[in-house]
Design a protein around this ligand. Structure first.
Ligand code: FE2
Ligand code: FE2
Length: 307
């Protein structure tokens, strides 16, 4: 874990400041539980992402990963909370758990609308759940938390990408975008919580990068299988839209292509989640919160009581 006594200069020439604790967080970043409301009552189009079956179903299937995935994140972090002796990190863990729990609740509402349209969300979710169950069986607690850290690096990397290059969401239904941008903001906000616990638990470099390779390849592979299955059921697998969708993922400015530097950054010995490529900082979070006040029913300060 980085020594909290030092002020750390980061690549963007920003300064990570010490808040009222030992945690290394940028100015203005406090992991905060926000109860949200989204407008899904009237539903949305099956192909809500600009009418593209591929782009819509790719993100639709990814949404189904959150229920088993965020359960895994919470369990793996709580399993090692005994190694945490910093009350501020324990407080942040409480806020992290509440955030992740609420992400799941809101994504389940999104999934329900998709299920009502006949999309096989349960089949997609089951593929993610099987993979995570296997992880629970074969890995010990520290390695499980390593997987969580790797996937938190994925979600916060997606958040940075979304805010740095919003064209990936171009044409998407604003009601659906509101859900994903909220989730992205909070993934960025808590990007270091599990990493700090992993380091406190003595997680090694080898465990960290092994977990990265396994978990990123797994989520990509399952996502591609899920998307292909959903497209096939809709009779839209072999189309120009699929070709365009693959370019949307793997083209020069594709979603996966843009994540490659994020993936590689994790291999640097001494990597820390707030150090490089963190587009979403305190000012971005504040600006998002002001723009989205209508969706926020309630927000809270972090508390260990949630544990
Ligand atoms: Fe989440
Ligand atoms: Fe997360």
């Amino acid at each position: 874990m980085l020594n909290s006594q030092y002020v750390l200069f980061v690549s963007k020439q920003e300064v990570l400041v010490q808040m009222d604790s030992s945690l290394q967080r940028p100015d203005g970043v406090v992991v905060t539980y926000r109860r949200m409301r989204f407008d899904f009552e009237e539903g949305f189009d099956r192909y809500w992402h600009g009418g593209s079956a591929f782009r819509s179903l790719f993100w639709t299937q990814l949404s189904t990963s959150f229920q088993p995935g965020e359960r895994f994140f919470i369990d793996s972090a709580r399993a090692l909370k005994g190694v945490v002796d910093d009350p501020a990190l324990l407080d942040e863990l409480g806020a992290f758990c509440r955030q992740e729990g609420h992400h799941t609740a809101q994504h389940l509402k999104f999934d329900e609308v998709n299920a009502a349209m006949g999309i096989d969300v349960e089949g997609c979710r089951a593929r993610f759940a099987r993979s995570l169950s296997r992880g629970r069986e074969i890995y010990g607690p520290v390695m499980q938390l390593g997987v969580t850290c790797a996937l938190e690096h994925f979600t916060s990397g997606c958040a940075d990408m979304l805010f740095a290059t919003p064209d990936i969401a171009e044409g998407a239904d604003p009601r659906v975008q509101a859900l994903w941008t909220w989730h992205a903001i909070e993934e960025a906000e808590h990007r270091a919580t599990c990493f700090d616990i992993f380091e406190a638990a003595g997680g090694t470099y080898t465990q960290r990068v092994t977990a990265l390779v396994i978990s990123w390849l797994s989520i990509l592979l399952i996502s591609l299988i899920n998307t292909a299955v959903l497209l096939s059921r809709d009779g839209r697998l072999w189309t120009w839209d699929t070709a365009a969708g693959l370019w949307y993922l793997f083209g020069t400015k594709g979603v996966v292509t843009r994540l490659v530097p994020t993936f590689l950054a994790y291999f640097r010995p001494g990597f820390y989640p707030w150090e490089e490529g963190a587009t979403v900082d305190g000012s971005v979070i504040r600006a998002w919160q002001e723009r989205n006040a209508a969706h926020i029913v309630y927000l809270d300060a972090p508390t260990a009581a949630a544990l």
